[in-house]
Ligand binder design. Structure first.
Ligand SMILES: *[C@@H]1O[C@H](CO)[C@@H](O)[C@H](O)[C@H]1NC(C)=O
Ligand SMILES: *[C@@H]1O[C@H](CO)[C@@H](O)[C@H](O)[C@H]1NC(C)=O
Length: 252
């Protein structure tokens, strides 16, 4: 059964979207393809590499009003820092997994200076590995929105009508179309190997719909991609994230 996202807000406790006072977790970095450890203690935010031999530390101050922090990655030892400071913003992510509702932290990066992209455009996302049980969110009955693809750096147009999901590129010179079928947990197997699609992954990926909430009334959808076959990463490991560009209608 599919129902509107708006019903969800009634079911999720108010605390669920507030800025975390304490957090120590490992995240999958969609853009860099590696892992980061984020530690939050009150307003003190610390970022370190995780699972490799890099040694650097970034610190910043988390503004609890908007649960965001300006991040300067230009620190000793950090390879390939972006040329400008980025805004890191907390979004609570929840999904309807086969084992029940699951909730985790995610961070979205944007460029307030407008150097790399317009300030509203998500440039990268870090998705927490693991998560905790939560109220089971409901799948939307329909959705029509444009998503920023964190891995490819381009945009995808997605339409959901009932269980049917259609994916196209917003690039008019790419005319490929992907059809997929969403299951009752808002998850679909997506085969990118369709005529005209440049650089498809070698295996179908699982796309799961996550609801993102910023705790200040903002909510949007995102699709997280994992590889159930274990070819590209262990099953369940977040490989890519598509983030809805702006709040667009999600209806019953
Ligand atoms: C976040 O809140 C702080 C404190 O109110 C403010 O100085 C800062 O400009 C806000 N940042 C954004 C991106 O809204
Ligand atoms: C649009 O797609 C074409 C064909 O793949 C590619 O060559 C071009 O760079 C893309 N344009 C943009 C703006 O990404």
């Amino acid at each position: 059964m599919r129902m509107a996202w708006k019903l969800l807000s009634l079911a999720v406790p108010a605390l669920a979207s507030e800025c975390p006072q304490a957090l120590d977790a490992v995240f999958s970095d969609m853009h860099d393809g590696d892992k980061k450890q984020v530690n939050i203690q009150g307003s003190a935010l610390q970022i370190k590499p995780y699972g490799n031999d890099q040694k650097w530390v970034v610190t910043s101050t988390l503004q609890s009003e908007n649960c965001s922090a300006m991040i300067d990655f230009n620190v000793p030892g950090k390879p390939g820092p972006p040329p400008v400071k980025l805004l890191m913003t907390f979004w609570r992510a929840s999904a309807n997994a086969a084992e029940g509702g699951v909730q985790k932290a995610s961070f979205e990066f944007t460029d307030p200076s407008g150097t790399l992209a317009a300030p509203s455009v998500p440039l990268n996302a870090w998705l927490q590995l693991g998560g905790q049980r939560a109220t089971v969110p409901l799948c939307p009955a329909s959705l029509k929105a444009t998503f920023a693809d964190m891995h490819d750096g381009d945009r995808k147009a997605i339409t959901v009508a009932g269980s049917e999901m259609t994916i196209t590129s917003t690039n008019s010179s790419q005319t490929w179309v992907i059809h997929a079928e969403l299951d009752e947990h808002c998850s679909a197997s997506v085969n990118f190997n369709v005529p005209g699609k440049p650089g498809p992954p070698p295996v179908p990926l699982a796309a799961r719909l996550w609801r993102l909430e910023n705790g200040r009334g903002g909510s949007k959808s995102s699709f997280e991609f994992t590889d159930p076959s274990g070819t590209l990463a262990v099953p369940g490991f977040p490989l890519n994230s598509w983030i809805q560009l702006r709040s667009q209608a999600v209806t019953v």
